[in-house]
Design a binder for this molecule. Structure first.
Ligand code: MRU
Length: 370
């Protein structure tokens, strides 16, 4: 997407004697826009665990690039395919909930193993990592195209008055490669002159909504308003929300969805107020091996300091300040599970389906046997 009129994507593999992975340091946004170069598998691991990069599709793409980098660190003193397996396991342990991470490293590992020489493996790895990046970009564009008619229908019913869309966390282009998932239909609608307005949940404790979603929407000229996370229900009760669209970190074959903490509460409010609740996700965000989200999805717990300190700009410096007593206990669950029964539809790169097994498998018949 464009920043000050110039097109940017979230990740770039810069090939040379030794590849460099260039990403946007999302910890500094919206106050500073800085690219960061990653040279080693360890730096890739930290970029994911410390959330320099975040968002399920981008986490996957970054890990895929890490698998490519790993072949340049291979010393030859162990079996190369074992080394690749260990690297995949290491990168997979950087964060537990977004399934795109294991999807990407496992895809890379199986591709790399097809190479008979190290030179071949390096070539395959470079191409496969780029393919994962290109596929995620393509997926998001398709999600935009399939989601657009949902917004168009509401716009028609409202005779062109603003379509008020609520979103939670950042499932925008910053979380993907380009276009975003939840934001893709919004960008397409806006670019087609449809009147849209986005309610942006600030999304405590790391504020991906107020820091990232509001910034990228504003960069593209999409009207938006930042709200406290507890405001959405009130707005729905007063018919100020026409639809909710969020992203996904891991969806099950039954249609249960894990996403940023707080998504479940938005889904409950939407159900109580008959507001359509959509989840936008690429097929790489499905965990085809599990059905019951509440029982089977691992929910990341992050450090208490993320909750007890708030980061912001003070005297032109990004500063962190304590917002509770230092001795207080704090629990920081990063995701929750929205049961399929609260979801109106899943918007994927293959079309929209209901959040239920048969409907999902109709869109992805090749997954039936898994
Ligand atoms: O902790 P984060 O910032 O990685 O959480 C991101 C989300 O929950 C997104 O909604 C999800 O990854 C989908 S991104 C298209």
């Amino acid at each position: 997407m464009n920043i000050n009129g110039k097109h940017f994507e979230t990740i770039q593999i810069r090939n040379g004697d030794k590849p460099v992975i260039r990403v946007i340091d999302q910890r500094l946004l919206p106050f500073r826009f800085e690219m960061k170069d990653l040279y080693t598998v360890k730096e890739i691991y930290s970029a994911i665990s410390e959330m320099i990069v975040r968002g399920a599709p981008l986490i996957g793409a970054t890990a895929a690039a890490g698998m490519y980098l790993s072949l340049f660190e291979y010393t030859g003193d162990s079996n190369v395919d074992e080394y690749i397996e260990n690297t995949a396991g290491y990168l997979e342990s950087s964060r537990p909930t977004a399934v795109n991470l294991s999807y990407a490293v496992r895809t890379m590992a199986s591709e790399i193993k097809k190479g008979s020489t190290l030179k071949m493996k390096i070539k395959i790895a470079g191409e496969s990592a780029q393919q994962i990046i290109d596929k995620e970009r393509e997926n998001c564009l398709r999600i935009g195209e399939y989601g657009l008619p949902v917004i168009e229908n509401i716009s028609r019913k409202k005779k062109g008055k603003p379509v008020n869309i609520l979103t939670h966390c950042n499932a925008g282009w910053l979380a993907c490669i380009d276009y975003g998932t939840a934001t893709a239909p919004v960008y397409l609608a806006h670019d087609r002159g449809i009147n849209v307005h986005v309610w942006v949940d600030e999304t405590r404790p790391r504020n991906q909504g107020s820091k990232l979603t509001a910034w990228e929407l504003r960069q593209h000229g999409v009207p938006c308003t930042v709200i406290a996370d507890n405001t959405g229900g009130h707005l729905m009760q007063h018919d100020m929300v026409d639809m909710v669209i969020v992203g996904c970190d891991r969806a099950t074959t039954n249609g249960d969805v894990a996403n940023k903490i707080g998504t479940y509460l938005k889904a409950l409010a939407a159900k109580d107020n008959d507001v359509p609740f959509y989840v936008a996700l690429p097929s790489s965000s499905f965990d085809w091996t599990i059905a019951d989200g509440l029982k089977e999805i691992i929910i990341e717990e992050r450090g208490a300091e993320e909750l007890k300190y708030m980061e912001g700009l003070y005297n032109d410096k990004i500063t962190s300040m304590l917002i509770t007593e230092g001795v207080c206990n704090a629990a920081n669950y990063a995701f929750d599970v929205t049961p399929a029964r609260l979801i109106t539809g899943l918007i994927t790169e293959k079309g929209i389906c209901r959040a239920e097994r048969d409907s999902i498998m109709n869109l992805f018949p090749d997954k039936k046997s898994l």
